[in-house]
Design a protein around this ligand. Structure first.
Ligand SMILES: Nc1nc2c(ncn2[C@@H]2O[C@H](COP(=O)(O)OP(=O)(O)OP(=O)(O)O)[C@@H](O)[C@H]2O)c(=O)[nH]1
Ligand SMILES: [Zn+2]
Length: 354
């Protein structure tokens, strides 16, 4: 168990383990996903793994498949060079995104991330609505956010402070750190946040400095070198890049191609959490079915009038709400369509038999 603790098996997972499964299988963590095969770690070594037939056939949606960061029950074979996955431990957090226009509604990005660093560069890339989007997604996933403002060397100190203060005014409970890979300012503060046994990820647009940061906190060139080449069951050799990396201090960072592509992020329940002060205001409207457009005693309208609530922020809230409603609608419509189609096929088959 101790080697598993080192790769993140915290008390939470230990209390969610199925003891019956543990009696016949071992625990391991998914460190990379490669098409339909996986690489798992038992804390000692990385092993190629495949899903058991039962697990494979019981998959009903994308969320039933293991993803990077998952804890799984596995059997090891051939001197621990090959493994079969028989199931997985409940997830503490799950990062996923909606996929447009496909039958599979979600693409899993990673599981069991404790803290996500949202990286925006302090100069041109900083954008409040983008930040809000990331926060919505992270809150919805159950992950703790930290906001990192990169390239602090490109802005006067006073502007950095102003930016930090304005973010903290809106999100007083979130840690905000401005840092520079160039001058190494505050890199130690970022490193201090990385705790042994916890799992992290870096989110942000391309070019904000995530790779540079990862390399400077990983030390030297570990990022390129954490690849594994192992013999698979059928004798093939495959090289897979590890997507769950471990820092020297024991903290883990998940970095997958899917995470880099996070652009169209799903927004649902996380919206209310991100715009909590707006939700709070709405509860003070005179009418419970207030549309916040013309009603007397509307708390939103009066907060907008006194600038207690900024128009920009309220607009962002409305925009996300409507996008979310649209996504949900098209999702349930899609579901209904699928069901109707299924029914039609069944009736056709029945009629044929007769
Ligand atoms: N001035 C300044 N430039 C930086 C800093 N950090 C990174 N850069 C530069 O910004 C560019 C992009 O950095 P990357 O680390 O590749 O950015 P990324 O977020 O990983 O981008 P993707 O790999 O495309 O996702 C590079 O040219 C870096 O040298 C910084 O703190 N200050
Ligand atoms: Zn109202």
């Amino acid at each position: 168990m101790d080697t598993l603790k080192e790769i993140g098996l915290s008390d939470w997972f230990q209390s969610h383990i199925d003891q019956n499964k543990l009696a016949t299988h071992e625990l391991a963590r998914i460190v990379a996903v490669h098409k339909d095969s996986f690489m798992i770690s038992n804390g000692k070594q990385d092993v190629f793994a495949e899903l058991s037939g039962n697990l494979h056939y019981s998959v009903e949606s994308a969320t039933d498949l293991p993803t990077v960061g998952d804890w799984v029950y596995a059997d090891f074979y051939d001197d621990d060079t090959h493994a079969i996955i028989h199931g997985f431990v409940p997830r503490k957090t799950l990062l996923k995104r909606k996929t447009a226009g496909k039958l599979v509604e979600f693409q899993l990005i990673a599981a069991n991330i404790d803290t996500a660093f949202i990286v925006q560069s302090a100069n041109e890339n900083f954008n409040l609505s983008r930040l809000e989007r990331y926060l919505v997604m992270i809150n919805q996933s159950g992950i703790t956010p930290v906001i990192l403002l990169s390239k602090s060397d490109l802005l006067p100190q006073s502007e950095i402070e102003e930016l930090t203060t304005s973010i903290l005014t809106t999100y007083p409970e979130i840690t905000v750190i401005a840092f520079s890979n160039e001058t190494r300012e505050n890199l130690d503060k970022v490193r201090d946040l990385l705790i042994s046994g916890s799992t992290y990820c870096l989110l942000g647009s391309s070019g904000v400095g995530k790779t540079t940061l990862l390399n400077s906190i990983l030390g030297s060139t570990k990022l390129e070198t954490q690849t594994v080449s192992k013999k698979q069951s059928k004798g093939r050799h495959t090289t897979t890049s590890r997507e769950l990396l471990q820092l020297e201090n024991g903290a883990m960072i998940i970095d997958t191609p899917g995470m880099r592509e996070l652009g169209n992020m799903s927004v649902d329940s996380g919206i209310d959490e991100t715009f909590s002060e707006i939700i709070e205001l709405m509860q003070h409207c005179k009418f419970s079915n207030c549309s916040h457009t013309k009603e007397k005693g509307c708390a939103i309208l009066s907060a907008l009038a006194t600038d207690e609530l900024s128009e920009q922020r309220y607009k962002n809230y409305q925009k996300m709400k409507s996008e979310s409603a649209f996504n949900d609608m098209s999702y349930s419509d899609k579901r209904k369509k699928d069901k109707d189609f299924g029914k039609m096929i069944k009736t056709t088959l029945k009629n044929k038999k007769r």
